[in-house]
Design a protein around this ligand. Structure first.
Ligand SMILES: Nc1ncnc2c1ncn2[C@@H]1O[C@H](COP(=O)(O)OP(=O)(O)OP(=O)(O)O)[C@@H](O)[C@H]1O
Ligand SMILES: [Mg+2]
Length: 453
């Protein structure tokens, strides 16, 4: 039995038990009340019947006849004179009866009265009916009935109630057990599933839970499990890629350092090797910096500090910085930007976006081609496009180039010093600014990256 089942079961039990007890109590009370009422009115009716006969013929003969009739039943009749003398009694008059006889009220109505109705404590219930002939009271008909009969009846009734109570309690328990199971079963399954997920078992299978909130919860758990699995796999791949990316430059550095150290290496060769070592170290430094930036973005621990930026001078400044590298390749860079455009940006971080895009445009294009940066405002939206006339990106790779470490041509881009992190940094930064980035490309025609705010 788990805690939740016990809790819900107990709650059900207490609620139903209370409800049942209250309704049983009222039913019991009502039944007893009406049974006693029936007995009392039957007794009184019987007394009234005797009285009617006596009023019709008040004779020795009739009186004896009534006494004889009554002697065979479980009721008893006593006929008294108006002054409390006893004419006749169908059975022996007990002391108890005498006490009741003394209680005769003054004006008894013609339809009679109940003299004793305390069936619980008294020995008899009793009624009185006056015999009135010619407007004069000739006597009183007293009727007595032993209360034992009613007591027996009531105790029989109590037994039935007890039995019914016990039976319904039993049924109630059975129903509660099934009901709690039905309610808690999916919850327990889900709790088990989450425990298994936290231990790394993502193959959760949950029973069909319907379309209610419970079903939604189950669905969420399944989605969570598969998301977690994807995340875990991604992380493993990511770690594998990182260690691979780090290993390559380190192997170069180690290898060239060893050769450089050898005694028979000429000074010219050594210079050459040191150059390579330096180059690899620079790559390594960039890689580590990029990784650090990405990690910070993942954690959301880096903040975008926006300020109003006048776009034309801002872009001119960036282009000036990158133009030496472009001049080396004899490439041309054109900027088209209206002079009166302003935008809330984090100037340092957004500069990295543009620099990364321009760096790609340069790396993946031939000398003597043109790169165009276009900035314009269209229906309340800011468009920034970086277009090159380079080799383009194959259709099948387009969807993946924003992934970490994804490169179209691993061997060639390695030579160009790329690790495949540039575009994922670009995408993260653009999204952190509240924008989106898209890519359009034609093989051997060129590539365009479009940023939209
Ligand atoms: N303008 C472009 N023209 C053609 N291919 C591109 C262009 N920009 C990106 N690519 C392709 O997309 C891949 C991913 O680009 P990304 O900038 O993320 O990595 P990288 O340039 O290889 O390395 P890094 O930018 O980290 O130095 C590149 O390796 C390249 O194959
Ligand atoms: Mg790049």
């Amino acid at each position: 039995m788990n805690k939740i089942s016990f809790k819900i079961g107990l709650l059900f039990f207490v609620a139903i038990f209370l409800l049942e007890s209250i309704s049983m109590f009222f039913l019991h009370d009502n039944i007893i009340h009406s049974r006693v009422h029936d007995e009392l009115s039957a007794l009184q009716t019987r007394g009234n019947n005797h009285r009617e006969i006596l009023e019709a013929s008040f004779h020795e003969e009739t009186i004896r006849h009534i006494a004889m009739m009554e002697a065979r039943t479980d009721t008893q009749v006593i006929l008294t004179t108006p002054e409390d003398g006893i004419y006749m009694s169908s059975n022996k008059v007990t002391d108890e009866m005498k006490k009741i006889l003394k209680r005769t009220p003054k004006n008894v109505p013609h339809n009679g009265l109940i003299l004793e109705d305390d069936w619980k404590h008294a020995t008899y219930i009793a009624s009185i009916s006056p015999v009135i002939i010619d407007n004069k009271v000739k006597g009183y008909v007293y009727m007595f009935q032993n209360t034992q009969k009613i007591k027996d009846l009531i105790s029989e009734l109590n037994r039935h109630f007890l039995l019914a109570g016990l039976l319904s309690l039993l049924f109630m328990m059975i129903i509660i057990v099934f009901l709690t199971r039905a309610v808690t079963h999916p919850l327990i399954k889900m709790s088990d599933a989450t425990k298994r997920i936290s231990k790394g078992d993502f193959s959760v299978s949950l029973p069909k839970l319907g379309k209610d909130e419970m079903g939604e919860l189950g669905e969420s758990i399944k989605v969570l499990a598969s998301d977690l699995e994807i995340l875990k796999n991604e992380r493993n791949e990511f770690l594998a890629s990182i260690s691979h990316e780090l290993r390559t430059p380190l192997t170069y550095i180690k290898g060239y350092a060893e050769i450089a150290r050898r005694g028979d290496t000429t000074a010219a060769d050594r210079d050459n090797y040191l150059g390579i070592i330096h180059e690899e170290a620079v790559k390594l430094a960039k890689l580590v910096k990029d990784l650090f930036n990405l990690a910070k973005m993942d954690e959301n621990s880096f903040s975008i500090e926006k300020e109003e930026v006048h776009l034309l001078p801002y872009f001119q400044g960036i282009i000036e910085k990158v133009s030496p590298a472009l001049k080396e390749n004899n490439m041309q860079l054109l900027l088209s930007c209206p002079s009166e455009l302003y935008k809330e940006l984090d100037p340092i971080r957004f500069e990295q976006v543009i620099v990364n895009l321009l760096d790609n445009a340069r790396k993946y294009s031939e000398p003597h081609t043109k790169i165009t940066v276009t900035v314009n405002q269209e229906d309340d939206k800011l468009h920034i496009a970086v277009r090159d006339e380079g080799k383009g990106i194959p259709e099948k790779d387009l969807a993946r180039i924003f992934e970490r470490f994804y490169r179209v041509d691993k061997s060639r881009t390695r030579a160009l010093g790329g690790s495949g992190l540039g575009l994922s940094i670009v995408q993260q930064l653009v999204e952190a600014h509240g924008g989106t980035i898209e890519v359009f490309s034609n093989l051997n025609v060129g590539t365009t990256f479009k940023i939209l705010f």
